[in-house]
Design a protein around this ligand. Structure first.
Ligand code: ADP
Ligand code: MG
Length: 338
């Protein structure tokens, strides 16, 4: 059986590679800005008249560079890497960006009853998905339980802009919401330039506003969870919102015929292992959508749907069954289905 290896959100027009779309009757143009960040790519479409897109992109790249310098665990001298390396329990003042992401991570951690836990880093590394090394083997139970002792959001405090560890070995990994935060940051930056029609995408996390240059609403395609073809599974019209998808099959390794996901259940200390193929969330904030999609991926289908209904979230899930892929959405999501 061929495993699914990819499910990305893509705009229907994403295959068009030119930098600028022809103007319509209204004189508006669609400008396409592309680049690399956070180990992935970004694709941004802005609609406007006579925009200096080169200058705009320069500003975007500066914002993204700053973001990486604040919270990338792949950059040894980033603000977060320095915090992680330090064994001091003294509270430290953190940048506005890092503060914003840490605060939301802690809020979502609590809301999801620990399913989203940004201190899970040592376990991520243990299973070989972090910046350190890739063992491609299953860790022993002993190593697992000693590592588990060093994780937990209760070992991290953030008060009055000061971040502190309660144990020297605490490690914070924000990679699960950093891309979403990047999308929010860029969307806000674009809006400060008076642009209110745009699409911002970083590594599959997306936020949209307004209309395309043609005057139509932005459409987003959720691809079929198949590795053999790139076909559309569902078209959604998210309006002025962000869309995030979490899937357990994009990054994984196999050992003894079992597949191990890069998403860890903090309760067991092990990679998740259930029939939930993907979780898509529509929410005004990309960071929140990003974190919630991963949290619900940890929960599994039943708990995820109950959580979504309880918190009045727009959620769409794909579950793998004996009869193929089955999708389910919450009532709140249905308004976005095309
Ligand atoms: P997805 O797009 O599948 O949600 P992300 O890249 O957003 O994946 O998040 C997965 C990353 O988050 C992992 O690579 C790991 O670094 C980290 N992670 C894994 N499990 C958890 C968890 N339970 N809580 C928070 N972060 C996690
Ligand atoms: Mg995520």
């Amino acid at each position: 059986m061929q495993y699914i290896n990819r499910l990305v959100l893509a705009t229907l027009a994403s295959l068009i590679l030119s930098g600028c779309f022809p103007s319509n009757d209204l004189g508006r143009k669609e400008y396409l800005l592309q680049g690399n960040t956070m180990g992935t790519t970004y694709n941004i479409k802005v609609v406007g008249e006579n925009l200096d897109s080169g200058k705009l992109q320069q500003g975007i790249d500066e914002k993204l560079k700053q973001l990486n310098q604040e919270m990338s665990t792949y950059i040894a001298d980033s603000e977060l890497s320095k915090f992680n390396r330090s064994t001091s329990l003294e509270p430290v003042k953190v940048s506005t960006g890092l503060a914003r992401v840490v605060k939301e991570a802690m809020r979502l951690g609590e809301l999801s009853n620990g399913a989203l836990d940004v201190t899970v880093g040592p376990l991520v590394n243990l299973w070989g998905f972090g910046p350190e090394y890739r063992p491609e083997t299953v860790p022993s139970d002993e190593l697992l339980s000693t590592t588990k002792a060093s994780i937990g959001l209760d070992k991290l405090t953030f008060e009055n802009g000061l971040l502190a560890k309660k144990i020297p070995g605490l490690y914070v990994d924000l990679s699960t919401i950093a891309k979403g935060y990047g999308v929010d940051l860029i969307a806000e930056f674009i809006e400060t330039h008076g642009i209110n029609n745009y699409l911002v995408e970083i590594g599959g996390e997306m936020r949209l506003k307004g209309f395309k240059h043609t005057g139509e609403l932005w459409h987003v395609a959720i691809e079929k969870p198949l590795s053999t073809e790139r076909a559309i599974h569902q078209i959604i019209v998210p309006k002025d919102n962000a869309v995030a998808t979490s899937g357990d099959y994009r990054i994984y390794f196999e050992a003894d015929g079992q597949r191990f996901s890069h998403i860890i259940d903090p309760k067991t200390g092990k990679p998740i292992n259930h029939k939930l193929v993907s979780v898509t969330v529509i929410h005004p904030s990309s960071m929140t959508a990003d974190g919630l999609s991963t949290a619900m991926m940890v929960m599994g289908e039943e708990k995820a749907l109950a959580f979504a209904e309880k918190n009045d979230l727009a959620v769409y899930i794909i579950v793998k069954t004996e009869h193929g892929f089955v999708e389910q959405s919450t009532v709140k999501f249905m308004q976005y289905l095309k």
